[in-house]
Ligand binder design. Structure first.
Ligand SMILES: Nc1ncnc2c1ncn2[C@@H]1O[C@H](COP(=O)(O)OP(=O)(O)OP(=O)(O)O)[C@@H](O)[C@H]1O
Ligand SMILES: [Mg+2]
Length: 187
């Protein structure tokens, strides 16, 4: 996968498959530390410790449609190629936190890609999900929270096509100004 946004989409699909009703997506771009950190935290069914130890292996999956589960192993490969790694902490019945780190300026770090498109795709398919998205660039933070959006929307569903179009544009503008307003996504 050439974009980190697609890995994020895959991680959120894992959370939804585990029955999560709340997912927190956190992205931190830290120029001083030369670090990009992506954290996905959910309140889904979790995994036991023995399973967590094996989960980065592509042959570990609870899928019934095929024998390989590639999401986490591909993410780990991408992170390690960019001077980082993946950490998973999980508790059965409580939830899971996946943390992926990358060298921010590492030559082999995939671009972040279209994060607004990923978020809107998630909301289109899971309109009831409590999604919190927090994106920090150095000392600036943007937070998006579907609970607040739903309060504003009242009766209108969050996956109404017009709402999704609006949200995508809103998120794109927020990220542009977070990155300094010049529309520069990647260094
Ligand atoms: N957030 C999560 N909560 C609970 N279990 C998870 C979570 N993420 C992954 N798992 C477990 O780990 C397995 C491997 O996940 P991984 O994303 O690597 O592959 P997959 O989802 O099975 O298949 P693919 O990502 O290729 O569609 C999953 O089948 C699931 O059992
Ligand atoms: Mg997966």
């Amino acid at each position: 996968m050439e974009e980190l946004a697609l890995h994020i989409l895959d991680l959120v699909q894992n959370s939804l498959a585990a029955g999560a009703t709340e997912v927190v997506i956190e992205i931190k771009e830290d120029a001083a530390g030369d670090l990009l950190i992506i954290t996905i935290k959910d309140n889904g069914s979790g995994m036991d410790q023995e399973f967590v130890r094996r989960v980065l292996d592509p042959f570990t999956t609870t899928r019934t449609t095929r024998r390989v589960g590639l999401g986490l192993s591909l993410l780990a490969m991408a992170a390690r190629q960019a001077g980082g790694d993946v950490q998973i902490s999980s508790e059965k019945g409580k939830g899971t936190t996946v943390t992926a780190t990358f060298g921010l300026r590492h030559w082999d770090r995939p671009p972040l890609g279209d994060v607004p498109a990923t978020l809107v795709t998630v909301l289109a398919g899971a309109p009831k999900l409590d999604l919190i998205y927090r994106h920090t660039v150095d000392d600036r933070t943007f937070t998006f929270c579907t609970r607040e959006v739903r309060r504003e929307l009242g009766e209108v569903p969050i996956n109404d096509p017009k709402v999704l179009t609006f949200l995508k544009r809103y998120l794109q503008e927020a990220l542009t100004s977070l990155h300094g307003g010049g529309g520069v996504d990647e260094a």
